[in-house]
Design a protein around this ligand. Sequence first.
Ligand SMILES: [Zn+2]
Length: 266
Amino acid sequence: MIQINLVKKLFIAIVLIAYLPLNAGAWGMTGHRIVGQIADYYLTAKARKAVYEVLGNQSPAMASNWPDFIKSDSTYNYLSSWHYVNLPADLDQHGVFNFLDTDKQANVYNKIPELIAQLKDKKQTAGQQKMAMRLLIHFLGDIHQPLHTGRKDDLGGNKISVTWFGQKSNLHRVWDEGLVDYQQLSYTEYAAAINHPTKEQLAQWQHTPLKDCVYESYLAANKIYAATKVDDKLSYRYNFEFVDLMNEQLLKGGIRLAQILNTIYG
Ligand SMILES: [Zn+2]
């Protein structure tokens, strides 16, 4: 009898563990893959060949999560500040540009041009190029997640606790994964579903300087901050209000990533 009870308890424990929600990092797994998948649509044949070669025949979508995976290895701790840029509140465009020009910290805005230069440098080893490529793909995603251009005092919304459909969360996490996962689409379905820029949007987004990409993300972050207070209960209404903004940021991220890669390998 005792043994049967133990088996029963073990079985219940295993079932419970299997249903615990998984915890992921920035933009979540799906958000980064959507950006990678959209970029794949817009690569020239020449650039696609080069990108897949550098990645060892991996797609940009699947390569996009590696910079989050390596957070589990302390060897890579030096990369942790590369995922975001913290900006003070209430800056106008000039203030944001000025901040970006003078901020000497290793941040996502400073590192993207360095990674582009590394990929153009033929003296880099295959291993160095692969790492730079995976980081570049990931950071083009991060720079379009508005709360990766958020404020320092609340750690980009990480310190703003909220609930998301009744579950304890924080504002940063809602934007990394809650809102994306709520749409219940795979990354390929998602990328296909939002890949409908107008001609004007496409032309504009393909030629946005990096500084303006940060400024757009900063403006989006300001809207998000203004709409949310600590301990807000976010659910249906929040999705209704912000899903279009989020989809546009994901689409822009993918289109701009492709443009950068097409320029490197064009
Ligand atoms: Zn990241």
